[in-house]
Ligand binder design. Structure first.
Ligand code: NAD
Length: 452
């Protein structure tokens, strides 16, 4: 689905008209094409900046080199060189004076960023230090990141933060490859927290190890789920596609296209977990990835909401997910180092008018992934949530025109995201490169003002 303001602003005459009318002129966002490649940063010069006493610079250098990047420092680059990727190691920022490194390192280069540039900061996990000032300084990097993301978003640039501790350094590469590439088009102003995994099965955690895996994707006949199924299949994953009987034709057509296995199933049915388990047990032994994408809205203010509207949304968007996970985990139908990914929503973070039922269900998933993630960590299984903002899908096409227009514009990138933007984040979380990310909820919302 096309955003007419993006199309107009990329035509010189259209852009002039938009300016005259005082309308936003959203930049055309760079998106990745095709699957993940072995050296995704090949051909890119990365400006690497380090705060004094930082401990992640060596690991970041090795990760960048392995990803094919050419590394440079500010003094080595001509002053007219446009910067595409900037990585700042701020793990040394543990005093107020030390935070000055953020200003010294990044202020001089902001005007040299190219359109769609990527900035990634690394900081120490505040909960991993005991000194209150050091913890405060670590968290200060997040406020800095979010504000900078708002300042450079108009140019299509993204700014994100990875919190870590020394033990997580071996897991930096996947994180750098995602957040420094075109794959994180619509993810900006976010922080992820790395937890060193208790069980690692992959010696080289970052290359194309999704190939040959099996994934369940619910609600994949259309919208975001369809895009997730396509992206996973592009990476060589066998997809078990699940959708309701009403979507049978679209589901079969998709599975034919991607060589997947269709399963017509309403996840809210009491027998759904057993039916899914039986298919996995009979045909696949176990699965590696489960993407809980199926979700519904039944919007009404609480005063006008029926019991059925409340019950259906809570059941499909939350309870059904928990029932399926419980069945697959209890019956050993998920491989070790597996991945569970739930589709939450920014409504679950900020709340939304007319969505008490939907926001409650999507909020529930945020704590659910944290708690389940802790429980399955000994098996190396990660559990995360992805919280989309305004994504152009049939679901958001139903939103009234004015609300839809506000949803599109009220974010740092001034436009809606595409289903593929969500699919890229899901693919990254499903990959071995994300082994240290668990219990996180990552927004893919262009830094929507809602809940920011
Ligand atoms: P969509 O309505 O376009 O597609 C949802 C799919 O889920 C459909 O194919 C539908 O048939 C299927 N589904 C619904 N109930 C099901 C059930 N009981 N069993 C099996 N399948 C079922 O939605 P979308 O916009 O693609 O959203 C996908 C997910 O992302 C949802 O969980 C949604 O809440 C979440 N989300 C979307 C947006 C957005 O902007 N589109 C924003 C935030 C969160």
């Amino acid at each position: 689905m096309q955003d007419y303001l993006v199309s107009l602003s990329n035509d010189p005459r259209g852009a002039g008209l938009l300016k005259k009318l005082g309308l936003p002129t959203p930049v055309s966002l760079t998106r990745s094409v095709g699957g993940v490649v072995a050296q995704p940063l090949s051909g890119h010069v990365v400006l690497l900046v380090s705060a004094p006493d930082s401990y992640a610079t060596k690991a970041a250098t090795l990760a960048l080199e392995a990803a094919g990047a050419e590394i440079s420092t500010a003094v080595q680059l001509p002053t007219d060189h446009k910067l595409n990727i900037v990585l700042m190691d701020a793990t040394g920022c543990s005093t107020v004076a030390g935070l000055r490194a953020l200003y010294d390192g990044l202020q001089p280069i902001i005007k040299r960023l190219s359109k769609n540039a990527r900035i990634l900061l690394l900081a120490t996990r505040p909960d991993a230090v005991t000194d209150p000032i050091a913890a405060g300084c670590a968290r200060a990097v997040e406020g800095f990141t979010k504000s900078l993301a708002k300042e450079v978003g108009k140019q299509g640039c993204t700014v994100n933060l990875a919190y870590l501790e020394p033990k997580a350094l071996p897991h930096l590469r996947g994180v750098i490859e995602f957040f420094c590439s075109a794959r994180c088009t619509y993810v900006t102003g976010q922080s992820v927290t790395l937890h060193p995994p208790k069980l690692t099965l992959h010696k080289k955690p970052n290359t194309r190890y999704l190939s040959g895996k099996t994934a369940v994707v619910t609600g994949c006949a259309r919208g975001i789920g369809r895009s997730i199924a396509h992206r996973l299949a592009e990476e060589g994953v066998h997809v078990i596609g699940v959708d309701v009987p009403a979507a049978r034709d679209a589901l079969y057509e998709l599975c034919l296209q991607i060589g997947g296995t269709p399963l017509v199933l309403d996840i809210a049915e009491a027998t759904a977990p057993d039916e899914l388990a039986a298919l996995i047990d009979n045909k696949f032994d176990a699965v590696d990835v489960v993407v809980h994408n199926a979700g519904i809205t039944r919007d009404k203010t609480l005063a006008n909401m029926t019991e059925l509207q409340w019950d259906m949304v809570l059941d499909i968007n939350f309870a059904a997910i928990a029932r399926i996970d419980q069945t697959l985990l209890n019956r050993a139908l998920m491989h070790d180092a597996g991945r569970i990914i739930c589709l939450s929503s920014i409504s679950g973070i900020a709340g939304n008018f007319g969505q008490t039922n939907y926001a409650a269900s999507k909020s529930a998933l945020i704590a659910y992934v944290e708690a389940l993630g802790r429980g399955v960590a000994p098996r190396g299984i990660t559990v995360n949530a992805v919280a989309p903002g305004f994504i152009e899908t049939p679901m958001t096409q139903k939103v009234p025109v004015l609300t839809r227009e506000l949803g599109r514009r009220l974010n740092s990138l001034a436009q809606g995201g595409q289903p593929r933007d969500v699919a890229e984040l899901v693919c990254f979380l499903a990959s071995p490169g994300a082994a240290a990310i668990t219990g996180n909820t990552i927004r893919v919302c262009g830094q929507a003002l809602m809940g920011a």
